[in-house]
Design a protein around this ligand. Structure first.
Ligand code: DGJ
Length: 751
């Protein structure tokens, strides 16, 4: 009766129940009598039993519409579903809406068959998690059909052997003779049996991206979204659910992350019977895809994580999956270079010799990569011109990029270069040649952002024209890294290249064009390191990670501001992908003065670098920089592969503390930052995580050196005080605000 197709997917053929189980998590759904898919369970692994259908809860409820005459029980409104459609008795928001030639928007999907695949298939033209070996994941494809439209809809579910995650996507194939309009096609939807959750979202704005916001779910909708064309500074394509008593360290948490960089919607809907519907996918607002006869459409991938080890447990699952099986290629497992970027030091104002002096000083500090930011091309001396002309400004750089890159390499450093490939200034040769290449609605004015306009990347010829310019430069000059910036959102979205009934496709087609350009560059230059950026963190999402293994977290480089930003970012994204730099003091964005040590300590738990002119530092400061660079180089491999624990939240306390622990528990690095100084404060201890209880460790900081066992450090906590002064952290006098200490915890051999 029960066929075990693969260890991780068990199918009860008779009852048509599908059980995805990797020994730690279970995901269960079934085929209803009516042919729709019903949701049964997602959470901690359940032992495989003969039957699960008793889990289906169904009651007669007044004021309900029922799907079959004579039956007063079966209504989709009161059945937990897997991928609901609107219009046949369910009044909650649907996962899919299809518009037929007759104008109807009702769709009825019926189960046809299933197929189990060892491993996991790539998604055409879209970023997605992957496997390197078929045994790493199992995939079940469920084929559904709407017979009126001859529309086939394939739901794909992959469960991973080594990660507590399930990846979902949906493919629509039009087997009919007429075109259909896809008004909504989410990547995933689940109906949870209860709604006793809080939602966790990452929201903010420019320079304060991805702050953690928690709210109690109430009847109705809780949602975050973007309709800007980029995933946005405002909301991240992510939503978590946690129980009220779930903390960072314990309790149930579910995370939903979309591997996509454009308009998205993440929504939780609580109905009036305490059923919770969660869905994630392309934002239906402004979206409409014309699915011609014989054409197909694939949604982006959504990743669903379950943990009963708190929010940290959830984050660790995302981190492991994303850094090992979303990030790919040459840089996935390699140590990232320590870089220095000239933007905050020079902005547009430099000539070649300034850059050489800048880089030479960085070389003296053993920095490995010099990144030339905005202003090197066309007639660019401010943000009013030049974008689109990806040729060196020879007034600033007489030897061109080729010559400059050679000089940098001659210093013993690698060279990196800034681009903003998707944008154009009207004052540029490129625009003068191709004024019709921008996104603009006919007979409407076009809004600008930072004096720039968005190139229509939904058009192949536009992407080609930019690729050619970038290719020419990358193939001639010695460029090891590019910073791919994007400094405005899309407005007046419309493409001249598409018919009026395809204008709802443009936002998505644009992102497909961005992915295509990335892919072509990676294929042509496999060892090129790409760092994504969008005015800081305006497109910091899982989609970009597939192409750019690191991203500039925020334009706010102040270490204290970064505490919240990096803390929030770490809910989903691994440390190795967070571009984090030490910048000048006072800080450019907030004018704050912070110790150089604090700036280093906060940036260490990221892809580390500098964003200032080292020639302006004192001899002592340069010594500190040299020590920081040496420390990071020694520890970067460990940090990148560590398990990360948030210990103390800057959103709730005067402290931010986090810990990077080696997966074997033998080593940890703890960063503790006290935001404002305090007088005569309490004794403070910080319970650590992830250590071996019976192992003795040596704890070392600038002020402390002692031995303690893992169980004590995790139960009693690590002592934070500088015992000599009774004050936390630092007795050096002067301003005690913004102090930070790094604690190295090392297993004592043989103890
Ligand atoms: C915005 C980025 O976030 C900055 O780091 C810098 O590259 C500027 N753009 C350059 O215009």
């Amino acid at each position: 009766k029960i066929k075990e197709r693969m260890r991780m997917i068990i199918v009860n053929e008779q009852e048509k129940v599908f059980h995805l189980n990797n020994g730690r998590i279970s995901y269960l759904f079934y085929v209803m009598e009516s042919g729709q898919l019903g949701h049964l369970y997602f959470g901690k692994a359940l032992t495989q039993k003969g039957s699960y259908l008793h889990m289906v809860e169904k009651a007669h409820r007044p004021m309900t519409t029922y799907i079959t005459e004579g039956d007063l029980y079966t209504s989709y409104e009161h059945l937990r579903q897997e991928y609901p459609c609107y219009g046949t008795s369910d009044y909650r928001y649907p996962a899919m809406e299809i518009q037929g030639g007759d104008g109807s928007r009702i769709c009825k999907l019926e189960y046809q068959r299933y197929r189990i695949i060892n491993g996991k298939k790539p998604l055409p033209g879209l970023p997605a998690t992957y496997v390197e070996d078929e045994s790493e994941a199992s995939t079940v494809e469920i084929v559904m059909r709407d017979s009126k439209y001859a529309l086939e809809v394939v739901f794909s579910y992959s469960i991973f052997r080594d990660f507590d995650a399930i990846a979902r996507s949906v493919q629509l194939v039009n087997h009919g003779k007429e075109a259909l309009l896809v008004n909504r096609a989410m990547s995933m939807s689940i109906d949870f049996p209860d709604a006793a959750f809080q939602s966790v979202q990452l929201s903010g704005a420019w320079a304060r991206e991805r702050y953690v916001h928690v709210r109690d779910l109430q009847p109705g909708i809780t949602a975050v979204s973007s309709m800007r064309g980029n995933s946005s500074h405002q909301h991240n394509p992510f939503l978590a659910l946690k129980r009220k008593n779930t903390t960072e360290q314990s309790g149930e948490a579910y995370g939903f992350s979309l591997i996509y960089s454009g308009n998205f919607l993440a929504q939780a809907e609580v109905d009036n019977y305490q059923v919770l519907r969660v869905m994630l996918g392309i934002n239906p607002f402004g979206f409409q895809w014309k699915l011609d006869a014989a054409a197909n459409f694939t949604t982006p991938e959504a990743v669903m994580v379950y943990s009963n080890a708190g929010l940290n447990g959830m984050s660790q699952q995302f981190h492991r999956l994303y850094r090992n099986r979303l990030v790919r290629g040459y840089w996935r497992d390699r140590e990232r270079p320590v870089l220095i970027n000239n933007w905050e030091a020079t902005q547009f104002d430099y000539v070649e010799e300034d850059l050489i002096r800048f880089a030479a000083k960085a070389k003296e500090c053993d920095i490995e990569l010099f990144v030339l930011d905005d202003g090197w091309f066309g007639a660019r001396n401010d943000d009013k011109c030049g974008l689109g002309d990806w040729k060196a400004n020879t007034q600033k750089l007489p030897n061109g990029i080729e010559g400059l890159s050679k000089r940098i390499e001659a210093l013993g450093m690698k060279f990196g270069l800034w681009f903003e490939p998707e944008m154009v200034n009207k004052d540029s040769d490129f625009f003068r040649m191709h004024p019709d290449y921008i996104i603009a609605t006919p007979e409407r004015s076009v809004s600008h952002g930072r004096n720039q306009f968005v190139l229509d990347f939904s058009r192949r010829e536009v992407v080609d024209a930019i690729y050619e310019q970038m290719y020419a430069l990358l193939s001639k000059a010695k460029i090891s890294y590019i910073k791919w910036d994007m400094n405005r959102s899309i407005s007046e979205c419309y493409s001249k290249a598409y018919h009026s009934d395809q204008q709802g496709e443009i936002f998505h087609r644009y992102i497909l064009g961005v992915y295509d350009l990335h892919e072509r560059l990676i294929q042509a230059f496999p060892s090129l390191l790409i760092e994504s950026c969008a005015s800081g963190g305006g497109r910091f999402d899982a989609g970009m990670l597939y192409y750019a293994p690191q991203g500039w977290v925020s334009d706010d480089s102040d270490a204290i501001e970064r505490l919240k930003i990096q803390y929030g970012t770490s809910l989903v994204y691994p440390l190795s992908c967070m571009g984090a730099h030490v910048s000048a003091c006072p800080n450019e964005q907030v004018g704050r003065q912070t110790p150089l040590e604090t700036r280093g300590n906060v940036a260490f738990t990221g892809a580390f670098g500098y964003e200032l002119d080292l020639n302006k530092l004192s001899v002592n400061e340069i010594e500190t920089v040299k020590k920081q660079v040496a420390f990071y180089k020694e520890n970067r491999n460990f940090i990148a592969k560590s398990d990360f624990y948030r210990l103390c939240s800057p959103f709730e306390t005067n402290f931010a503390a986090w810990e990077a622990v080696a997966p074997d528990g033998k080593r940890a690095l703890v960063t503790v930052t006290r935001i404002l100084s305090e007088i005569n404060g309490p004794y403070r201890r910080l319970p650590l995580c992830g250590l071996l209880p019976e192992q003795q460790y040596h704890i070392k900081s600038q002020y402390l050196s002692y031995n303690a066992y893992g169980d004590e450090l995790m139960q009693y906590g690590m002592i934070l005080e500088d015992k000599s002064s009774g004050q936390i952290i630092d007795g050096s006098g002067g301003c005690q605000d913004f102090r930070s200490v790094l604690y190295e915890i090392t297993a004592v051999q043989g103890c």
